[in-house]
Design a protein around this ligand. Structure first.
Ligand code: MOS
Length: 738
């Protein structure tokens, strides 16, 4: 019996967040703190020929200006700059030399007594460049793109199945088209910041905005040649990362360099504009070709993608293989090439690869359904696969049929008239569209420490982050149930590199990993308590095994007979202890015989003003199958947030570059459009029951699945409303005219 697992518990850190008690990386204060401001390059490619910092240095209150010419020593090998999630290539080295590789690249750091002085002085740094021609346009570089995944194992596209070209040519019904997703930026609310506290003896405590404190610790140790004991990285709260904080970002190096050079604590907060140089969702050109027979099943899928990265690193994911997870097709071919541009390296952004790939795939499936005169849901059911086609494996669970069915019912899909422009609401055209979503259900090795005290309090510690997803809360829920304590008696420690090992919080893998690790560690504590309890005189639990007992209401009790119980406090007293500390690493057995995924069905309604082309997304139902849901409130919020972001992807988001200068023109959240409150209407999340035995708690993560498929569902709804198919995101109203 679980009191907390499965309950819609409010965030245990909610009050701290809304009252301002929760501190973020740029808010930690220490005596003597100096403030830094970064100067970014204004060309995309070339060299600095002269950098004049004299005017900046002359400003009262400026302490120093660091450039590549006067910075402390930095390592000269790539390995020193590699982090846990670095792609192939040569990582960026902040302030390393005169070479410019992207517009906005940090080239100087002004350190001053106040942030205002630093920022003003930074505007006085004068730079001369020798400029080279730069290419920042994917369409200009697509023909020279190189095959992706040539060296990184597991990153190449899935192997060809059957004879896709022949099968496509022979197919009774074909659909072939090109789709485009532009560069998008994460734009988390919290600005990227590092407060580097310079301790006596040169040790550093770094309050950093990151999704992985131990990744940053390891990285800074590499860059500064320091020992792990001398660098502590803390990130107790994070105001959104969405993937932009998986890799250590350059503000941490810059603030650390300054702190070490000045032997003084230094803070650097990037501006919103500067954050556009950190990373982005790579633009993607996709060609999809589908061949079907008259019965509405697929004979051939061809998915050809070009994505972008920098000149110095080969970032990409496995972008093209998703159709093999969703739909049965005996013949399939996947091609993925990388266009190397004069930009910063692309990075993960919520559901990297799936969010973009499924826009194309699910738009194409909609177009195929129209050619086949089939309901879009019906086409997907006919193409359903119970095996991952790429790896020929069954799924550990796949309740996608139930997602289609329950989502359609909640939406009222059966009332849809199939003809485009056939549904109206006053002067608005009404459109209903749907799409499938898919993501990975992963588990990673992680370590948890639990300290249970005789007074019935437990502290649970792990170096994971809570990037805003609700990790604090679900950790406490699982610990409370597994230790049989009230939620209020659990304290959670996370976001500190000195805590037990955790990988970065990403990939939707932390909730499952840390929750099962807490359950395992709690079980070990139960075993310890039972051993002692068994030795107590006339013990009520003497003949029981660890599987026969539970922790409940502050007692160790028989699972079958609750009257056979001993208070934890008595057990500890008998063992002459006042606490039990247990640290356990959970290394989930990788079951390679099965595929592990979450699935969803997204249904969207749009209303389009016929005269003006203005699109409103008036209703979305997202039906998600993700195993057992620990907390419908926090999990539901992840899906809601994903849908809102999907609305942005469909209608608003686009990073615009002036290719003459390789410069982002809308590097701010006034001109980089995201959905605001007025854009968000009725969103309903349905969690479909799904049994999964891949881990003891039967969980899958939900951080990313919520966005997948949303943009396609909206694009399909726009087509249904207007009869105009828009294959290049975002669907701005100009694309509906003419
Ligand atoms: Mo996620 S894009 O792995 O933070």
């Amino acid at each position: 019996m679980h009191a907390y697992i499965g309950a819609s518990t409010s965030r245990i850190d909610g009050v701290a967040k809304v009252t301002g008690a929760a501190k973020y990386a740029g808010e930690f204060n220490v005596a003597g703190l100096a403030h830094a401001s970064m100067v970014g390059a204004t060309i995309a490619k070339g060299r600095i020929t002269r950098i004049d910092t004299s005017a900046a240095k002359a400003v009262t209150g400026v302490i120093d200006v660091l450039t590549h010419e006067n910075r402390p020593p930095l390592p000269d090998n790539d390995q020193a700059y590699k982090d846990d999630v670095a792609p192939d290539g040569s990582p960026f080295r902040p302030l390393y030399d005169s070479k410019i590789m992207f517009n906005g690249q940090p080239i100087a750091l002004v350190v001053a007594e106040t942030p205002e002085i630093a920022r003003f002085a930074a505007s006085l740094v004068k730079v001369d460049y020798s400029k080279e021609a730069s290419v920042t346009d994917i369409f200009q570089a697509r023909d020279s793109a190189v095959p992706a995944g040539s060296t990184e194992p597991g990153m190449a596209p899935p192997k060809t199945r059957g004879k896709p070209d022949l099968a496509l040519a022979a197919a009774a019904v074909r659909h072939e088209a090109e789709y485009f997703v532009p560069i998008e930026h994460h734009n988390p609310m919290e600005l990227y910041a590092s407060t580097v506290v310079y301790d006596g003896g040169g040790k550093l405590t770094v309050y950093d905005k990151t999704q992985g404190v131990q990744n940053v610790q390891k990285y800074l140790c590499g860059v500064f040649g320091m020992k792990p004991d001398d660098v502590r990285v803390m990130s107790p709260f994070m105001g959104g990362g969405f993937g932009s904080g998986l890799r250590p970002q350059f503000q941490a190096v810059l603030a650390g360099l300054a702190a070490r050079a000045l032997q003084r604590s230094v803070r650097l907060v990037l501006t919103r504009q500067q954050m556009y140089a950190l990373g982005y969702r790579p633009a993607m050109i996709q060609r999809i070709a589908l061949g079907a027979n008259k019965g509405g099943t697929l004979d051939a899928i061809l998915h050809d993608a070009v994505t972008i990265t920098s000149q110095y690193e080969d970032f990409h994911r496995q972008e093209t293989g998703w159709s093999g997870v969703l739909y049965k097709s005996p013949n399939a071919k996947y091609v993925h090439r990388l266009a190397k541009l004069d930009l910063a390296t692309a990075c993960d952004m919520r559901a990297p690869s799936a969010a973009t790939a499924l826009f194309a795939l699910e738009s194409a499936m909609d177009e195929l359904a129209i050619k086949l005169k089939l309901d879009p849901v019906e086409l997907r059911l006919r193409c359903y696969t119970d095996r991952n086609q790429n790896e020929d494996k069954p799924f550990s669970s796949k309740a996608l049929r139930e997602c289609y069915q329950q989502g359609a019912e909640a939406f009222g899909w059966s009332k849809r008239k199939p003809e485009p422009r056939s549904m109206r609401d006053g002067s608005d055209l009404v459109g209903w569209g749907m799409a499938t979503g898919v993501w990975e259900a992963l588990q990673v090795p992680i370590t948890v420490r639990i300290a249970l005290t005789a007074n019935g309090h437990a502290e649970v510690a792990c170096a994971t982050s809570d990037i805003g997803t609700g990790t604090y809360t679900i950790m406490a829920q699982v610990a409370a149930d597994m230790l049989g304590l009230p939620l209020d008696n659990i304290s959670i420690k996370l976001g500190d590199s000195s805590l037990p090992q955790s990988p970065v919080e990403g990939g939707s893998w932390i909730a499952t990993s840390v929750a099962n690790a807490i359950a395992g560690t709690a079980e070990a504590i139960r075993g310890d308590l039972l051993r002692i309890a068994g030795q107590m005189p006339s013990s009520a639990l003497a003949d029981l095994a660890v599987g026969d007992v539970v922790l409940a209401d502050g007692k160790l009790a028989s699972r079958r007979d609750a009257s056979r119980a001993v208070p934890i406090a008595d057990v500890m007293r008998h063992g002459s202890m006042d606490r039990i500390d247990k640290e356990l690493t959970t290394n989930p057995a990788q079951d390679h015989s099965q595929a592990h995924n979450t699935h969803s069905a997204v249904f969207a309604e749009v209303k389009v003003d016929e005269q003006l082309g203005v699109i409103r997304v008036t209703r979305v139902v997202n039906a998600v199958a993700a195993g057992r849901i620990l907390n419908p409130k926090t999990a539901g919020s992840q899906i809601l947030g994903g849908v809102v972001w999907g609305i942005g992807m469909a209608l608003h988001e686009e990073t615009v570059i002036d290719h003459r200068f390789g410069r982002i023109m809308n590097a701010n959240i006034a001109e980089y459009h995201v959905p605001v409150h007025a854009d968000v209407h009725d969103i309903k999340v349905v969690f479909v029951d799904e049994q999964d035995n891949s881990n003891p708690l039967g969980m899958k993560g939900v951080g990313e699945i919520g966005i997948v498929g949303v943009a396609a569902a909206i694009a399909n709804a726009v087509y249904h409303a207007t009869g105009t198919r828009v294959r290049a995101l975002p669907i701005t109203l100009d694309k509906l005219q003419g």
